[in-house]
Design a protein. Structure first.
Length: 202
């Protein structure tokens, strides 16, 4: 295996659907202006047969269901020496259900997750438990978790609940680290509040 580049750029984007050609073009243009070696997409809303609609990437690892809901994808640039030895996909069978895609090479793992707002903490916890044997110190987990992990993310309208406390316990047991919280332990930025669902997420 070749030496891994010590610094590599990774974007994670909730694209909220890529069925419209104009939207795919805008996403491609945004990525061109903000180049990255790896791009992780959530809520692609593509079916299995539509995954080839995402262009300009050498390697595409999608996890899509039969309906145009949810869905994730990991895009690998041809400038990145990432040779996948393992690919695991989980596609939700229900409307707006969770999706995940895990790819591994010899010494690194990338896991891209989308979890629906409804009982997000519970879904994320179960997904991590299902994949705990694949997670180690060289694992990077990205995605749209639709949940809060820490008190600084919460607002007066929503507090960290029992399910989130259980998720945090699982994160600790698997020995995962919220990198953002390491660098910004008290910052409440990048928290989105949905008035429709009365729910906060980061």
């Amino acid at each position: 295996m070749k030496t891994i580049v010590p610094h590599i750029s990774i974007w994670t984007l909730n694209v909220y659907g890529l069925n419209v050609p104009l939207k795919r073009h805008r996403m491609a243009e945004w990525i061109r202006i903000h180049p990255s070696r790896i791009c992780c997409l959530q809520e692609t809303h593509l079916t299995q047969k539509d995954s080839n609609k995402v262009k300009r990437w050498k390697k595409i690892f999608p996890a899509n269901g039969h309906q145009k809901w949810a869905g994730v994808a990991i895009l690998i640039s041809d400038k990145t020496d990432f040779k996948a030895t393992t690919v695991k996909r989980q596609r939700g069978a229900l409307y707006n259900d969770k999706s995940s895609c895990l790819i591994q090479q010899e010494n690194s793992t990338i896991l891209n997750i989308y979890v629906p707002i409804t009982r997000a903490s519970k879904f994320t916890k179960q997904l991590l438990l299902d994949l705990r044997n694949e997670v180690d110190g060289n694992t990077l987990i990205v995605g749209d978790f639709n949940t809060l992990l820490t008190a600084p993310d919460s607002s007066p309208r929503q507090k960290v609940n029992k399910e989130t406390t259980g998720l945090n316990y699982t994160v600790e047991q698997i020995n995962l680290t919220d990198i953002y919280r390491i660098f910004y332990p008290t910052t409440a930025e990048y928290t989105f509040y949905s008035t429709v669902h009365e729910h906060s997420s980061r």
